[in-house]
Design a protein around this ligand. Structure first.
Ligand code: FE2
Length: 194
């Protein structure tokens, strides 16, 4: 798990993307795991092996490492059926590696992976934390604020300001992305349109 976190850092550093700099500055020195968590599984993980072949060349090693490590990780869902429905929950999940809940402790940074199955929409939502996503697979559709839907290729770095509404859609392929949060409540349940 520590090696997965090290590989995440190396991948993000090599991207050398300007929006990532303040997040990487908060990266904890993780020599060991701070929290021992119970591994679990989620239905969405049935899509994870496929993401290796969909990943950008730069991300493929990291995604392969995630696939190998997934069984040892704790996967979560912020929403319930009453938020976005049962189909969404069967095709959505995340695992936090760094943060208030993850195996590597940080009070300033949260970082993990988001996985979405094909053919779903993660509706508009917003939160206090500033956020960067790095799409590890392509063909996902992303929406930010008043901007229209945009297909973002693998490797895209997508910045969301605090409280800026954002949404994602998948078509025929699953979507895997790295997320980073800083500032505000790092375990906030996003607000969604009523
Ligand atoms: Fe977000």
């Amino acid at each position: 798990m520590v090696s997965l976190v090290a590989e995440m850092r190396q991948f993000l550093t090599q991207l050398a993307a300007e929006p990532l700099a303040p997040f990487l500055a908060l990266w904890p020195e993780a020599g060991t795991v701070d929290r021992q968590l119970m591994p679990n599984s989620l239905p969405v993980l049935r899509w994870l092996p496929q993401t290796v072949g969909l990943a950008s060349e730069e991300a493929r090693g990291l995604v392969r490492r995630l696939v190998e490590t997934a069984v040892f990780l704790t996967w979560g869902q912020t929403y319930t059926v009453s938020d976005f429905g049962a189909d969404f929950l069967a095709n959505y999940g995340w695992t936090e590696l760094i943060g208030l809940r993850g195996p590597v402790a940080s009070k300033q940074l949260a970082c993990g992976f988001l996985l979405l199955g094909p053919g779903i929409e993660y509706p508009l939502h917003w939160h206090e934390a500033e956020e960067v996503y790095v799409a590890l697979t392509g063909n996902g559709r992303w929406r930010r604020g008043d901007e229209g839907w945009q297909v973002r290729p693998a490797g895209s770095v997508i910045y969301h300001a605090p409280w800026q509404p954002h949404a994602m859609q998948t078509t025929t392929e699953p979507l895997l992305a790295l997320y980073l949060w800083r500032g505000g409540n790092l375990v906030q349940k996003s607000e969604v349109a009523k």
